[in-house]
Design a protein around this ligand. Structure first.
Ligand SMILES: [Zn+2]
Length: 394
């Protein structure tokens, strides 16, 4: 049985070690090696090598693939003094099949002694660390993603069926600022699906009722209330500055207006619609995928337009669709995964089927085929006469 020191000495003979100076030169040349800090969370938060990613040694086997999926990529590991990273390098190389692994000799201690830069990341408060602990455990979000969520400004158009679940879950997820546009008041018939409201708040403006629910879940979320009806005269002013828009609108003219304004300001829109037992979902990411007009150059037949009258809907359906929207928002904010941009999802709750259609940008789209600066005020929201359109529905 060898001593601990002897064991580490033997491990170090089986791996490659690099000097901090070599790592620094590599970093300055931007050579593409992945720098992995294998220390504990609190050590990483106290300061790390610029550009390093964090995979604590205790989670190395389960998380390294999420961070470095390509096993042929050069990986340089470091810790405080070069011991833990040597053991981690041995694991990656001998057990997980990584082909080009090295451990930085002397760790961040020697790195600092040489006078090289250390980056101190923004930290979460102890309460935030506890609140978001389940996010911190998934590499696709982690500390970096959680900070992005806390910095994010998301606008909910409507605090109704779709906006309610989105508001609750986005607040719980730690989206720092939630804007809500809604000029309606809570009505008894809303409560079958609009879960951000409650029996004792019937008659309250929906923006106020939603704000109460949001703060009950997460008091840190800043709520920006817009108790107005979205129109051509205020849309640019309201949506500007938000990172993502959640479209829970129930009428087509405003959807066209929203599309044109969001393309002009280059803000992605996560859109959903519901009717009966059926829901649709897509992401309209300006210039990266089709816009709403690329898909629907003309409005659907008037009899299919729910805004023309009270339309029935299964109460749970907007919950499902609003939460699918929330997932897309989180991916857009954190940059993880693939969004629904360029895809349209159709959900049939009665048959429990999900159908996905590919959708493409229209090279002749009247809006997104041109630069944002070329879209004039006069063109925004241009739409066939809606009154006549609804009248046609009988
Ligand atoms: Zn378009």
């Amino acid at each position: 049985m060898s001593s601990g020191a002897e064991f580490i000495r033997k491990i170090k003979e089986q791996i490659h070690e690099v000097d901090p100076t070599d790592v620094q030169v590599l970093q300055q040349n931007g050579n593409g090696a992945v720098l992995v800090d294998v220390r504990e969370q609190h050590e990483f938060e106290a300061g790390h090598l610029p550009g390093a990613v964090h995979v604590p040694r205790g989670h190395l086997e389960s998380r390294i693939e999420g961070t470095v999926s390509d096993r042929s990529k050069r990986v340089i590991l470091y810790c405080a003094s070069g011991q833990r990273s040597a053991l981690a390098a041995h694991t990656l190389q001998d057990l997980l099949g990584y082909q080009d692994v090295a451990s930085m000799r002397g760790g961040i201690t020697l790195w600092k002694d040489r006078g090289y830069d250390v980056e101190v990341p923004r930290a979460l408060t102890p309460e935030q660390r506890e609140r978001y602990s389940r996010h911190l455990l998934i590499p696709e979000i982690g500390l970096e993603g959680q900070l992005k969520l806390l910095d994010a400004k998301v606008l909910l158009l409507g605090a109704g069926g779709l906006g309610s679940p989105a508001a609750l879950y986005l607040a719980a997820a730690g989206v720092g600022t939630l804007g809500i546009v809604d000029n309606d008041v809570v009505d008894l018939s809303n409560l079958q699906r609009q879960v951000a409201h409650s029996n004792d708040r019937i008659g309250f403006p929906k923006v106020d009722s939603a704000e109460i629910s949001i703060h009950e879940i997460n008091p840190d979320v800043k709520v920006e209330k817009h108790p107005v009806r979205l129109g051509a005269e205020n849309i640019m002013e309201i949506i500007e500055g938000y990172d993502v828009i959640v479209d829970g609108l129930d009428n087509f003219p405003t959807r066209y207006l929203l599309n044109d304004a969001s393309v002009r300001l280059q803000i992605p829109v996560v859109s959903a619609s519901i009717l009966g037992f059926e829901g649709q979902l897509s992401v309209f990411h300006p210039y990266e995928g089709p816009c709403y007009r690329c898909l629907y150059p003309t409005p659907p037949p008037a009899e299919l337009a729910p805004s023309c009258g009270a339309a029935g809907v299964l109460g749970v359906l907007p919950g499902v669709m609003g939460l699918l929207q929330s997932v897309e928002v989180i991916k857009l904010v954190t940059g993880s995964g693939d969004t629904m941009a360029g895809r349209l999802l159709l959900y049939d709750a009665l048959g429990t089927t999900f159908t996905e259609l590919k959708v493409r940008r229209d090279p002749d789209c009247p809006i997104c085929s041109r630069d944002p600066g070329e879209i004039s005020d006069e063109e925004m929201g241009v739409f066939p006469d809606y009154e006549a359109f609804c009248a046609g529905a009988g």
